[in-house]
Every structure is written in structure tokens, then in C-alpha cells.
Design a protein around this ligand. Structure first.
Ligand SMILES: C[S@@+](CC[C@H](N)C(=O)[O-])C[C@H]1O[C@@H](n2cnc3c(N)ncnc32)[C@H](O)[C@@H]1O
Length: 480
């Protein structure tokens, strides 16, 4: 097959008006194009489409290009309809973007100080500073708010199938070195950017692997990935849970179903630290189970003892099962989902704890208030709410929500008992969450000691150059 080169140049302009500063940047870019640097070489000799929301920007750009470029203006609003045409010709695609209008954003914040050139070859995009310095390589999606997801900072790494196979093997080796498969047969094998595989999540559930693909590159590799995962782990089947929001944001259609091998049953069982759980990989949250809480379940268990433990936002009651094994007499699972609560009861039974869980279907904000009004007290409380702050816009409300439930929980635990409290909102830093707890403790008039700081399990590692990979934080507290 002949190589199909697609080139994208993004001039990220900082101001609304197209003034002299922008002209200087553009001149630099044009100069860079004419210089025989490897990254810009292609641009210097290819005809191109130029996509921009500003025709004057286009005209200026064209006036500085030699005629060979035969530049054609494509308004940004036509990008979606003309994309197929652009991707199937050998013409380059040059995108001129005014950053101030927020047309596109770059996910890797560390790149923002640069005026970037993004050079694209099918799904793979090189990020080059305006003076031609190569910076990084990632996966492109011009349809997405995030046009490039960085996969490597090494110019020698080609993001091809050989690379994919290598990265999958490394991800598996990391889990083995951490002895995670000895603790459980349910774990995250690939955590996207943190395993240097942006756009891919792969979770193992006993004999099945559940994948989530969220970039066009991974989408195109679906079959290849399934073949590689089969060679790596020899599972009974590979299943796709492509019904998450990130796919919508990337303009990829939802997709749920088997990809290769056997179709998983409606629910399957997994073993985690010697406990067994039912998992619904078809309809359960995320890919079926909160694998990110595994280490926290183990660490919190010794504190979840006594006559009565409240597991608020329980989902399928995983913390409850750990608490029962640790010696709690009874655990109340509280959740809005009747289906999750049913599975929570079955999970208790699966481990021989039938009759020791109670299900409360309801809104935790109201139920906790009712408990307070009725003078109820608990020997330990777990609070693991869903993501209250998916975006910055709702952060303030989210903080109010976190404060509210934590304030109530601090009132409801007996003196000298334990509260294990989490936030999985990426927007809420551990420091901010601690401040929320401080405010909650003041209002509840309780002294609260932080005994342990908690984070996501080791199979969800946090990549320092990708701070967005950190989202789960928790505090194990003693409430006096
Ligand atoms: C992050 S999950 C809990 C995961 C669980 N701790 C585990 O480890 O399996 C959050 C749960 O909160 C439930 N939920 C959402 N809003 C709620 C509300 N207002 N009151 C009670 N439960 C709620 C969801 O149904 C979901 O099961």
C-alpha cells in the first residue's frame, strides 16, 4: 500500500485579533516550512487543504507559500463533512487555529507554552514547535476536543503495530511485577496514557478481557488488539464496553458486544484478595467493577468493624463484603440503584455472609439526613460517591455536595470510629478535598484525624506528565 501522508499544521494564536504578533508567528512557521527539517520537509512539497475559521488567516498563509502547495480554503465548520475526502487523498491538511476562540485544545498542558506544529500521518501526529523542534508523538482525532493524545516523547518510536504489541507486553509485565495477578483475577491491564497507550483501557475479569477504545487509532486496531490480547493472556473472549462518555466526546459511536472468542455471560465471578464477587460486564458501571478501589478495600477493611457499618454509595457492595470478613456484624448498603443493591446482596451470600447485609435504596443526601434526625449512629461509614465534578463549571456545587455528605457522616459515626471517604472527581485535588473535610469537621463540631491517605489501585498508576490520570483520592479518618 502506498504511504498516505496527512499533515496538519496548527498555528495556535494567543489573541483574538489577527495582528502583528500573529503575523510574526505565521512568518516563523512559513520560514520553518521552507527549511529542510525532517518534521517540516513534507509540508514544503505537498499540496494542501487549509482548514481555518478565518479566511484572512488563510489568505495571509497562502500568500507566503510557493504555488506548489495549491492551498485550498476549507472553513472549520466544514471539517466534519470534508474529513473523509481529506483523509483519502495525498494532500496535506493544514489547520490554522485561533486558540483564543477555543476551537481546539491540547490535552497535555506541559505543551501549551509552545506554538505547535502538528504533523499528521493517518492516525499518528507529531507535535513540533514552531521553530521545527520535535516534541512528541501521539494519536490524532481532528473530530475531538483533544486533537492529539501524546503516546511518546521519543522520536524513534513509531506508533505502529509492533509498538502496540510491545506496549501491551510491558503493561502486562508491570502488573506481574507488582504481583497483582496473585491478588486477584480482576485488574486493569492497560490504563490508557499511564501505560503509554492513550485511548485504550483493558480490564481483565477472570477469563475475559473487557476493552474500551476511545481514539480512532484504537478503533481501527480493534481486531489487531483482540488478537494481541488473545496471544498475551489467552482469555476465553474479548468484550467491548464502548458505551462511555469519552467515546461520545471523541465522536465515536457507542459499541457494546463481543470482539473475539466467547461472549461473556450476563454476569461472571471474580476473586479479589480471597473474596468473590459477581460482575456484570454488560451493564455494570465502568467495565463492570470498581477495580480502582481494590487496594483501598483491603486497607480500609480493618477499620470497618463493629455492630453496624454504613456503606453509602455502595454499588455492588464490595466494601461491605470486606467489612463482613473483617468482623462487622452488619453492613447497610445504601445506593440509588436497586439492581446494584441486588447484586450486593448476592455478593454477600457468595462469600457466606447472607443475612448480614441490609439494602437501602435511596438518595444518600436524604437518607443520611433522615438517619441524623432519627439519632442513628454507626461504628464505621464508607462514603464513595460518584463523580460530582465532571467539569470545572460544576466544581463549586460539587464541593458543596462533598461537604454536605461528609458533614452528615461525621455526625453519624460514633465517637472514636472511622470514616473512609472518597472523591473520584479529577477536578478535586487531594488538597482541596482535605479542605472540604476540614470545613465539614468544623460544621459537624468533630475532631477528625487523618490516618491514611488513599488513592487509586496500583493497576491505575498516575503518570507524572499526565496529571489527569490521577482522579481517585480518599482519606481514612478517625472521628473523635
Ligand atoms: C463510585 S460508585 C461506588 C463504588 C463502590 N464503592 C465499589 O467499590 O464498588 C458510586 C455509586 O453511587 C450510586 N449513587 C449515585 N448517586 C447516589 C445518591 N445520590 N445516593 C446514593 N447512591 C448514589 C451509584 O449508583 C453508584 O453505585
Amino acid at each position: 500500500m502506498r504511504p498516505l501522508w496527512q499533515v496538519v499544521l496548527m498555528a495556535l494564536l494567543g489573541l483574538t485579533n489577527f495582528g502583528s504578533a500573529q503575523r510574526d508567528i505565521l512568518r516563523d512557521i512559513v520560514r520553518a516550512l521552507k527549511e529542510p527539517r525532517p518534521a517540516t520537509e513534507l509540508l514544503a512539497r505537498t499540496p494542501m487543504f487549509v482548514i481555518t475559521n478565518d479566511e484572512s488567516l488563510f489568505n495571509f498563509f497562502r500568500s507566503h507559500l510557493p504555488p506548489v502547495h495549491n492551498a485550498e480554503f476549507v472553513p472549520l465548520k466544514d471539517l466534519a463533512t470534508r474529513l473523509d475526502e481529506m483523509l483519502t487523498t495525498e494532500r496535506s491538511v493544514v489547520v490554522l487555529i485561533d486558540r483564543s476562540r477555543g476551537d481546539l485544545t491540547i490535552e497535555q498542558r506541559s505543551l501549551l507554552p509552545y506554538d505547535l506544529t502538528l504533523i499528521r500521518r493517518q492516525d499518528v501526529m507529531d507535535v513540533v514547535s514552531h521553530d521545527g523542534t520535535w516534541l512528541a508523538r501521539g494519536f490524532a482525532n481532528p473530530q475531538s476536543e483533544v486533537p492529539v493524545r501524546i503516546a511518546t516523547w521519543n522520536p524513534d518510536e513509531r506508533l505502529d503495530e509492533e509498538w502496540l504489541w510491545c506496549r501491551l507486553q510491558q503493561a502486562w509485565r508491570r502488573r506481574q511485577e507488582l504481583s497483582i495477578p496473585d491478588e486477584t483475577d480482576a485488574f486493569r491491564l492497560v490504563y490508557a496514557e499511564s501505560d503509554f497507550l492513550p485511548g485504550l483501557i483493558a480490564d481483565c475479569y477472570a477469563d475475559f478481557v473487557v476493552v474500551q477504545l476511545s481514539t480512532p487509532a484504537m478503533e481501527r486496531w480493534r481486531e489487531t488488539l483482540a488478537a494481541m490480547l488473545t496471544e498475551l493472556l489467552n482469555p476465553k473472549g474479548i468484550f467491548e464496553r464502548g458505551d462511555m462518555d469519552t467515546r461520545l466526546r471523541e465522536k465515536l459511536p457507542p459499541r457494546v458486544g463481543p470482539v473475539r472468542g466467547e461472549t461473556p455471560p450476563e454476569r461472571l465471578t471474580i476473586t479479589e484478595n480471597g473474596l468473590r464477587f459477581w460482575v456484570d460486564v454488560w451493564k455494570g458501571h465502568k467495565t463492570g467493577f470498581y477495580l480502582d478501589q481494590r487496594d483501598n478495600r483491603r486497607r480500609a477493611a480493618p477499620y470497618l468493624m463493629g455492630e453496624r457499618v454504613l456503606n453509602a454509595f455502595s454499588y455492588t457492595g464490595s466494601f461491605a463484603v470486606y467489612a463482613l470478613r473483617a468482623g462487622a456484624k452488619e453492613v447497610i448498603n445504601l445506593d440509588t440503584s436497586a439492581e446494584a443493591l441486588r447484586l450486593a446482596e448476592e455478593n454477600a451470600a457468595l462469600n457466606g455472609f447472607e443475612g448480614r447485609v441490609r439494602s437501602l435504596e435511596g438518595n444518600a443526601f436524604q437518607v443520611l439526613r433522615k438517619f441524623r434526625d432519627e439519632g442513628e449512629r454507626f461504628d464505621a461509614i464508607v462514603l464513595d460517591p460518584p463523580r460530582f465534578a465532571p467539569t470545572k463549571a460544576v466544581l463549586e456545587n460539587a464541593l458543596r455536595g462533598y461537604k454536605d455528605i461528609n458533614w452528615l457522616a461525621m455526625r453519624l459515626v460514633k465517637q472514636g470510629s472511622y470514616l473512609v471517604t472518597f472523591s473520584c472527581s479529577g477536578m478535586v485535588s487531594p488538597e482541596l478535598f482535605q479542605q472540604v473535610l476540614f470545613a465539614a469537621a468544623l460544621d459537624a463540631k468533630r475532631e477528625v484525624l487523618i490516618l491514611e491517605r488513599l488513592t487509586q489501585s496500583r493497576d491505575h498508576p498516575i503518570l507524572l506528565t499526565f496529571p489527569e490520570s490521577e482522579y481517585l483520592k480518599g482519606f481514612l479518618c478517625r472521628v473523635e
